[in-house]
Design a protein around this ligand. Structure first.
Ligand SMILES: [Zn+2]
Ligand SMILES: [Zn+2]
Length: 404
């Protein structure tokens, strides 16, 4: 039995007397920006530390790191925010699969390079899978992205139900925000680009630098939900968006290395937790989602090197029941993912651990590339003169350096 009950470890660091005034630019290690003052170490002979401290480990040339950033529900619990998995490759690339509400809170303390976090693959347009797109778009731009944020996602049954429409309207909805930052931040980092594809086809939707990502249909309430498989250097990661067990998933995930799929609450749990009547509870848990026994049956068909269950609150009052129900139909390698569960994958090893985060951590500082990326005119003329004239003079300290 390979059961991992992840534990979120919290490192509380109390810093007394900040005295730095210089900007903490990242260091360059092997051409990558890493947090200031931190040197990532190589892992030899699979000798991983018990916990993963962000930025301290160098990925091998043929290694994948998968971090669960959100494993919960649209109605969030402090322990489990909504769906998001980060995949980092040994070639320096990073891919986000879904970006549910709250997930960017988990992303920041990883202290990663936000200029690399520029590709999101969304499974469908429920808030618990895309709710933090605007947070990464603007937050990531401030924190180091100087190129566009690319959002890959499915079409729907009509143009207004597809990813492009959703993304275009995020851009419109945040016009006040984005135009107000012009000039201060690099131009291109403020761009948000949709790559919509036909949800009904099994097809390669991304192919660059040896990374191939295939989309295939998922069955979830209405047209327009997909799952993904990422292949790179003989390693494979499958991300199931919300779905009932389906034939496309069985085929595309078959024999893959790390296979993530939802495993929802049982109807009885959902009645108790959410107060739903049985009919509605059964509909939600078993008609549009995958209950634990069904997750187990599906994984018995798929036979992954590691099955990963998510999409419930991993609380003690439900997790043992969920575990037992999965085990009634599946006896292979299993991880019940929690927020900040991290999986290192190589051809000969799978390591499942927890990330240790510092609640007071600062995200990695912006890079030299961000400093020098082209900018437009500063947003100095966006307010009315009468409003500008309302400033109290002599209250804000004057600059200590020349401003030109
Ligand atoms: Zn959904
Ligand atoms: Zn969902």
């Amino acid at each position: 039995m390979n059961f991992t009950k992840p534990r979120v470890l919290f490192l509380l660091m109390i810093s007394i007397g900040f005295c730095t005034t210089a900007s903490a630019k990242p260091d360059k290690v092997d051409g990558m920006n890493v947090p200031f003052g931190r040197i990532p170490q190589e892992i030899v002979n699979n000798h991983y530390p018990r916990s993963y401290f962000p930025g301290t480990e160098k990925l091998g040339a043929e290694e994948m790191r998968i971090t669960a950033l959100g494993t919960g529900m649209p109605n969030q619990s402090p322990s489990n925010v909504a769906a998001c998995f980060l995949v980092e490759l040994g070639n320096g690339e990073a891919f986000l699969f879904d970006l549910g509400t709250g997930s960017t809170d988990r992303l920041a303390p990883l202290e990663g390079d936000f200029s690399r976090l520029n590709k999101v693959f969304v499974s469908h347009l429920h808030t618990d899978h895309v709710g933090d797109l605007s947070a990464l778009w603007v937050g990531g731009w401030i924190q180091g992205r100087y190129e566009p944020l690319h959002v890959y996602g499915p079409s729907g049954s009509a143009p207004e139900l597809g990813t492009k429409h959703h993304v275009d309207h995020i851009r419109e909805a945040w016009a006040w925000d984005v135009t107000s930052r012009a000039g201060t931040l690099p131009n291109a980092g403020g761009e948000l680009v949709a790559h919509e594809f036909d949800f009904s086809k099994t097809q390669v939707v991304y192919s660059e630098n040896g990374v191939e990502i295939t989309s295939f249909p998922a069955i979830h309430i209405r047209d327009g939900s997909v799952s993904y498989r990422l292949n790179w250097k003989g390693l494979s990661f499958v991300f199931g968006g919300d779905s009932v067990p389906n034939k496309w998933f069985e085929k595309e995930a078959k024999g893959a290395d790390v296979v993530v799929h939802e495993s929802f609450f049982t109807p009885e749990q959902w009645m108790e937790i959410a107060g739903f009547p049985y009919k509605e509870a059964y509909w939600v848990t078993s008609k549009i989602h995958t209950p634990p026994e069904a997750f187990g049956k599906l994984m018995s068909m798929v036979e992954p090197r590691m099955a990963v269950a998510y999409h419930y609150w991993n609380h003690r009052d439900v997790e043992f029941d969920i575990y037992e129900r999965i085990r009634s139909t599946y006896d292979g390698p299993l991880t019940l993912a929690d927020d900040l569960t991290v999986i290192n994958l190589t051809k000969d090893n799978i390591e499942v651990r927890e990330v240790v985060i510092n609640h007071d951590s600062w995200p990695q500082g912006t890079s030299r590339e961000w400093d020098t990326a082209p900018r437009g005119e500063p947003a100095t003329s966006l307010m009315s003169k009468w409003l500008e004239d309302g400033k109290l003079e002599g209250v804000v300290p004057p600059p200590k350096q020349p401003m030109e």
